[in-house]
Design a protein around this ligand. Structure first.
Ligand code: PMP
Ligand code: GLU
Length: 402
């Protein structure tokens, strides 16, 4: 048997969000009623117009390969959506439709990064950003942000992280895992720094429609159109339209980059599934009232989750502006007995919660923020309340030994 796996994998770790999901599913399969605060996946169904469009596409014969970068009506719908949401003109030549935003980001990584390249990523960050950079041979440069600063990267911190090797910066707003969203003024400050540094700017706006308390999401693509020649927007239907399993995401990027993405994807998955692409057209062009209805439900769930977490002994949680994650400081739970010893890490907090409260949640270390735990509230208010209750009961019954 050949001995070794590719060296490029030696620094890569598996997706912890997906691992937690798998662990919760395994426990569920044994008959345990697990509270699914782990993976970030809306529990809603996609809008009915999406399902009808998919059925029509099946009956209409959408069974063949499509163009690698996607079908024309979807690209057009993406360009129109881009204009509506970011006030920026794009054409089909700027769009590559992929198998989820995850593949879109992966295509970008393979197209842009090479050994010696640094990619600046503010942390806490989504688990896949650094790993994709590593797989592509680049080096992630993780820049810590702090809860006291609303988990936002400052212009000074960004300037300090940029260097001669910086190939790209990845910004995610609203953020997975913190739910923090960048106000327009901060976006403008970051743009001012980036203006002086010639690197690619990746903006992941997959949660942009999910903002609360009247927060106004503004894209760097809108506030800094002069940077369009090096800005790459990543978006998709997974979160906005509750379509995670349909696997449709995309990039809006300069033509030269889109050509590279097309080539990379043409040697891997070819096109995103044809029927799913038709469904995505319906999502973007159909009635948008379900998006607002889901947003309102998420806002109420956030209120319930955050208020509830703050009543759990040992947990403290900031009120996030967007996405569907509550990112809570769980260090107050350290010292509770678990498996015969005192809890001393966020991993152990997550294990304790899974075992004793049947609550699945993701330890913050996976996102670069040890001491915290991410609770997804993409589930019903009743389940959130019951899960919080279960946590309180488990913690009340536990012994503190340190
Ligand atoms: N970006 C962020 C920040 C995410 O949380 C996710 C969730 N999986 C993705 C990208 C990828 O989404 P998908 O592949 O489902 O489109
Ligand atoms: N983005 C979601 C999460 O962070 C989905 C899982 C994944 O793709 O990592 O939970």
């Amino acid at each position: 048997m050949p001995s070794a796996l590719a060296k490029r994998l030696s620094a890569v770790v598996p997706s912890v969000t997906l691992a937690v999901n798998a662990k919760a599913a395994a426990l569920r399969a044994t008959g345990v009623d697990v509270f699914g605060f782990g993976v970030g996946e809306p529990d809603f169904d996609p809008p009915p117009s999406v399902l009808e469009a998919a059925k029509r596409a099946i009956d209409g014969g959408a069974h063949k390969y499509t163009a690698v970068s996607g079908i024309a009506p979807l690209k057009q719908a993406i360009c129109d959506d881009h204009m509506r949401r970011r006030k920026q003109k794009a054409s089909a030549k700027n769009v590559c439709v992929s198998v989820g935003a995850k593949q879109a980001l992966f295509n970008v990584a393979l197209s842009l990064y090479e050994p010696g390249d640094e990619v600046v990523i503010p942390t806490p960050c989504w688990v896949s950003y650094p790993e994709q950079v590593r797989i592509a041979g680049g080096a992630p440069v993780l820049v810590e942000t702090r809860e006291e600063d609303g988990w936002l990267l400052s212009a000074d911190a960004l300037a300090g992280a940029l260097g001669p090797r910086t190939k790209a910066v990845i910004l995610c707003t609203p953020s997975n895992p913190t739910g923090a969203a960048y106000p327009e003024e901060r976006i403008r400050e970051l743009a001012a720094v980036l203006r002086k540094h010639d690197c690619w700017i990746l903006v992941d706006e997959i949660y942009a429609e999910l903002v609360y308390d009247g927060f106004r999401h503004v894209s760097i693509a809108e506030v800094a159109p002069d940077l369009a020649a090096r800005t790459i927007v990543i978006d998709g239907v997974s979160k906005t339209y509750a379509m995670t399993g349909w696997r449709i995401g995309w990039t809006i990027a300069p033509e030269i980059v889109t050509e590279a993405l097309d080539m990379v994807q043409g040697q891997s998955t070819t096109n995103a599934t044809a029927v799913a692409q038709h469904a995505a057209v319906a999502a973007l062009t159909g009635p948008q009232d379900t998006v607002e209805a889901m947003r309102q439900k998420f806002e109420r769930r956030r209120d319930v989750m955050v208020a509830g977490l703050n009543k759990v002994p040992g947990i403290r949680c900031r009120n996030p502006e967007g996405a569907f994650y509550a990112f809570a400081d769980c260090r107050g739970m350290y010292g509770i007995e678990h498996a015969g010893k005192a809890i001393a890490s966020d991993d152990e907090v997550a294990f304790f919660l899974l075992e004793h409260a049947h609550v699945a949640a993701v330890p913050g270390g996976a996102f670069g923020a040890p001491g915290y735990v991410r609770f997804s509230y993409a589930t019903s208010e009743e389940r959130i309340l019951a899960g919080l209750d279960s946590m309180r009961t488990a913690i009340a019954a536990a012994r503190r030994i340190a």
